[in-house]
Ligand binder design. Structure first.
Ligand code: LMR
Length: 400
């Protein structure tokens, strides 16, 4: 029976890391997977996380099950981090959520929840995703049995968000459809919506009876923790229903511990509680309950004033480092003759930007210079450093 399956293409992002790891060129540069790196090219354990680990080691007394919703303290703290403590939806007890194995776990649980809803509505909706979107969104949500459509988002020619095209496509959405939006630091483009655009989207979705689904995996790495959640908070205030997938991989650096959460903002607290039961039931049927360790660390950090402050300072340092790399990269490219071709990179947010070069040029950078990035020319800005930047600039200018 097992011989009926077809071979599949490997995951483009995860494979890149493996390829780069096995490259012996001492000058290699990994601009592939979205992980934060310091000046030495290392992804360190954040100091606040390190302290929380030591505390946890002292205070953990049992390995007994935690349940399908995961750690209650974690869920509460993340809800407040995402929406703010005084958000109307929080005060009205219309927000419920569970801890999940990473952001992918959150997306998957949300996808199954949407599919369950579609079993009971007259018209099964479509999930709209941005073109382009993160490479795993489409396969992951399709695996939940959902039908997907793309809306235009980023214009690769002008290197800008094509908001009129986005609105034109979304105006074709219908009741019960879902629109997946990136809360901040759009992956892969780095081009984010501004406040006015979030407002116009909320208005359109409400008019159409469409539910926003916000994937927020980079909170704190764009403009700041509150700033990056502005759009999400606006939607949660102005739309009757919102689905949220969040991740602690990037902003707590807890990648391998798989810490994420899925939240539902419902029209009232009763519907919210029913949805919580559904979320837990879906989790129980797939993995029963999420891993506890990483969430326990986040729980400690967010409930300890000093540790929380330290974590925020570290996150600010990471964010500012990436912004500084963007500025210096553009300056160096212009000094090398790029004639402002890449100036847009400085304005974009979070870890990613497109270089806007061909797949052959991406391949040439890898084969001739051991510089690794996704075929679409998405590069992880955090993989640059003052040490490797001249090398990357020269290689890129040669390749052009
Ligand atoms: C990325 O987009 O590079 C990261 O989110 C890592 C991943 O899992 O793809």
């Amino acid at each position: 029976m097992l011989d009926v399956l077809n071979p599949l293409a490997v995951d483009p992002i995860l494979t890149l890391t493996l390829e780069c790891n096995s490259d012996t060129n001492p000058n290699k540069v990994d601009l592939g997977a979205g992980v934060y790196k310091n000046e030495a090219g290392h992804t360190p354990i954040m100091k606040a996380v390190d302290t929380a680990e030591k505390q946890w080691y002292q205070q953990e007394t049992s390995k007994v099950y935690v349940g399908s919703a995961g750690a209650a303290g974690f869920n509460e703290a993340i809800m407040r981090l995402l929406l703010g403590s005084d958000h109307a939806a929080v005060l009205d007890r219309r927000v419920v959520g569970i801890q999940t194995p990473g952001g992918c776990g959150a997306l998957s649980i949300a996808g199954h929840l949407i599919k369950r809803c579609y079993g009971s509505v007259q018209r099964e909706g479509t999930v709209w995703v941005s073109a382009p979107t993160w490479a795993n969104h489409i396969p992951l949500l399709s695996d939940c049995g959902l039908s997907l459509k793309e809306y235009r988002y980023y214009d690769g020619e002008s290197h800008t968000l094509d908001f009129p095209a986005m609105m034109e496509d979304l105006s074709k959405s219908k009741a019960n459809d879902i629109v997946l939006l990136h809360g901040c630091c759009h992956n892969p483009s780095g081009a984010d919506l501004n406040q006015e655009q979030w407002q116009l989207i909320a208005e359109l979705l409400n008019e159409k009876g469409v539910v926003p689904f916000v994937d927020i995996a980079y909170q704190g790495l764009g403009d700041g923790l509150d700033e990056d959640a502005w759009g999400l908070r606006y939607l949660a205030e102005h739309c009757p229903e919102v689905i949220i997938a969040s991740s602690c991989s990037k902003n707590f650096g807890l990648y391998r511990e798989r810490v994420g959460s899925v939240f539902v903002v419902a029209k009232d607290s009763q519907v919210a509680e029913i949805n919580k039961g559904q979320l837990m039931n879906i989790a129980r049927g797939i993995y029963s309950m999420p891993p506890h360790y990483g969430a326990a660390l986040v729980d400690i950090i967010l409930h300890d004033l000093q540790l929380r402050e330290q974590w925020q300072e570290e996150l600010t340092f990471m964010r500012e480092r990436i912004a500084g790399l963007r500025t210096r990269f553009v300056q160096k490219l212009n000094a090398a003759g790029a004639a402002s071709r890449f100036d847009y990179i400085e304005q974009e947010k979070g870890m990613f930007s497109f270089l806007g070069i061909s797949m052959d040029q991406v391949r040439a950078l890898k084969e001739q210079y051991s510089i690794y990035m996704v075929n679409s020319s998405r590069m992880n800005i955090a993989g640059l450093s003052d040490k490797n930047m001249d090398y990357v600039v020269q290689a890129l200018m040669q390749t052009l």
